[in-house]
Design a protein around this ligand. Structure first.
Ligand code: FES
Length: 119
């Protein structure tokens, strides 16, 4: 079973292969959205671009390939950002939620998250 390591939250969450990243985060009660997304989001249709995650590390196949929606919506975002609602989890992966507003200690959190072996 894949593990999603949520860096900001300090949580490792098990999911089914092919499960939607947004749905896992919401099921686990994790703060996927910032203020704008909490006030209103598209419900996972790929239209509101409020469900960003930064994918940490080198495992390009851990998530499903970019969708056509993401190719448009993420044009001006870093290459390692995804829309959680568009990403299916193939294998274990490390993500930072809300990368547009990273925590002050994000570098140390990411370092620790990548140093600890994924179960
Ligand atoms: S929830 Fe709206 S783009 Fe992902």
């Amino acid at each position: 079973m894949p593990i999603i390591r949520f860096v900001r939250e300090g949580r490792d969450v098990e999911c089914q292969p092919g499960e939607n990243l947004r749905q896992v985060a919401l099921r686990e009660g994790l703060g996927l959205y910032g203020l704008k997304g909490n006030l209103g989001n598209c419900g996972g249709c790929g239209q509101c671009i409020t469900c960003f995650v930064q994918v940490i590390g080198d495992n390009p196949d851990a998530l499903s390939p970019l969708t056509e929606v993401e190719k448009v919506k993420l044009q001006r975002r870093p290459d390692n950002w995804r829309l959680a609602c568009q990403a299916l989890v193939n294998s274990s992966v490390i993500v930072l939620t809300r990368p547009q507003a990273p925590p002050a200690n994000s570098k140390s959190l990411i370092k620790a998250a990548t140093e600890a072996e994924l179960p």
